[in-house]
Design a protein around this ligand. Structure first.
Ligand SMILES: Nc1ncnc2c1ncn2[C@@H]1O[C@H](COP(=O)(O)OP(=O)(O)OP(=O)(O)O)[C@@H](O)[C@H]1O
Ligand SMILES: O=P(O)(O)OC[C@H]1O[C@H](OP(=O)(O)OP(=O)(O)O)[C@H](O)[C@@H]1O
Length: 230
């Protein structure tokens, strides 16, 4: 029985995913070229490969529309609070490492930890006449983390790109974003809080728990996972 494997269609994860499979003897082909969204694995006709953006892979795994896929752990957590329960993280692929972090302007010298930020947030409105603004595309993760930290006095400014520029341009006060080398944050005069790592992420081979797993389809999955061992 056929199962569907979703592979990132572009960006940093695409080539690394193909390399990872190739090192385990499995060649992912894309016969229609870079604009085609359908592929295959040589020698495994029961696996259909589909190419999607990494964020769509997360969404469709959670919904059960695809059976397994490669995407970043952060995107599963961000897509829905229930995301992590809807999937099984089957293999850490050991690339795409990055942390979702809270960063503040370097000039905020007294703000080094979340409890300092809580103080800033609670005073912000009386001092500045508005709520503390957080620029991010990680809305779900931010809400969850701030709720756990007991911080409710803030506003999210949704950012779809160049998040780190938001404080300097006056669009927001602080940011929640993904970082690996830290150079983008540093270049924009931002510093990660000492307890400001909200999530550690990496590329992962992820199995949907909500897909329809008949015995035969589970067998195909196990054959594929067996080939990817080691
Ligand atoms: N600097 C980085 N270093 C390593 N991994 C990163 C970095 N930035 C993002 N990632 C990871 O890459 C994945 C996102 O890939 P990509 O940006 O291709 O996503 P996408 O949803 O396809 O993109 P787009 O937003 O352009 O549609 C996420 O899982 C994220 O954790
Ligand atoms: O900590 P760093 O190594 O500086 O990486 C962080 C940056 O990477 C991502 O952006 P993007 O997808 O544009 O990646 P790019 O910076 O690699 O182009 C992310 O949104 C950060 O802006």
């Amino acid at each position: 029985m056929t199962i569907t494997l979703a592979v990132p269609s572009k960006g940093r994860l695409e080539e690394l995913t193909r390399d990872w499979f190739a090192r385990r003897g499995l060649t992912i082909t894309r016969p229609g070229g870079a604009r085609s969204y359908l592929g295959a694995i040589e020698g495994l006709p029961e696996v259909t490969v589909r190419f999607f953006p990494a964020s769509e892979i997360a969404r469709e795994l959670i919904r059960g529309n695809i059976d397994l896929g490669v995407t970043g752990r952060d995107l599963i957590h961000e897509t829905s609070e229930a995301g992590p329960e809807a999937v099984e993280f089957a293999r850490d692929l050991e690339f795409g490492h990055a942390d979702v972090v809270i960063a503040v302007p370097e000039a905020w010298i007294d703000v080094t930890h979340m409890h300092d930020l809580a103080d800033v947030a609670s005073d912000f409105r009386s001092r500045h006449g508005r709520w503390l603004r957080i620029a991010t595309k990680y809305i779900t993760i931010t809400r969850q983390h701030f709720a756990k930290a007991g911080i409710a006095e803030y506003r999210i400014v949704e950012s779809l790109g160049a998040t780190e520029a938001a404080p300097a341009s006056g669009v927001a006060d602080i940011v929640v974003d993904i970082t690996s080398t830290g150079s983008t944050l540093a270049a924009n005069g931002l510093r990660v809080l000492e307890d400001g790592v909200m999530l550690k992420s990496e590329a992962n081979l992820i199995v949907s728990r909500t897909a329809e797993w008949t015995e035969q389809r589970r067998e195909t999955l196990n054959t594929l996972l067996g080939q990817l061992q080691g």
